[in-house]
Ligand binder design. Structure first.
Ligand SMILES: [Zn+2]
Ligand SMILES: [Zn+2]
Length: 130
């Protein structure tokens, strides 16, 4: 979990995904519940991975990569291209995949704009609800 910084009148909470929630304790709790519900809903409706709006960065295993992988280090791909360019990728976590560009490739792709995407989704969903 993230850390909680106490301030006189309000709480500041950062989730593992880097979303910052500010407000009094009840507001923070309500927002956290909303995020959790949204994620359950996305899971239930089969949230499509590798959305074009996602940004994934290619990262080599430090110092032990072939020239081909090194040339890709730091490149950012839209989600839909990750699936196309790295068809053998293996999911490691919801925000990280093993690239498997070739045999023994230890490189990874990491979803870097999850915070922005989650926030814009939450905003869109809450404006629909109200
Ligand atoms: Zn390589
Ligand atoms: Zn590699």
């Amino acid at each position: 979990m993230g850390c909680i910084h106490n301030q006189p009148a309000s709480e500041r909470f950062e989730t593992v995904n880097g979303i910052i929630i500010e407000g009094d304790a009840s507001r923070v709790l309500a927002t956290l519940r909303r995020i959790k519900n949204s994620m359950l809903v996305w899971e239930a409706v089969g949230y499509e991975r590798f959305h074009p709006e996602e940004d994934w960065i290619f990262e080599t295993k430090s110092g032990r990569s072939c020239p081909r992988c090194l040339s890709l280090n730091g490149r950012v791909y839209p989600g839909d291209e990750v699936a196309r360019i790295f068809p053998n990728h293996v999911p490691m976590s919801p925000t990280e995949v093993s690239a498997r560009l070739h045999r023994n490739c230890g490189c990874r792709l990491r979803w870097i704009n999850i915070k922005e995407m989650l926030q814009s989704r939450l905003h869109r969903e809450s404006s629909v609800v109200r």
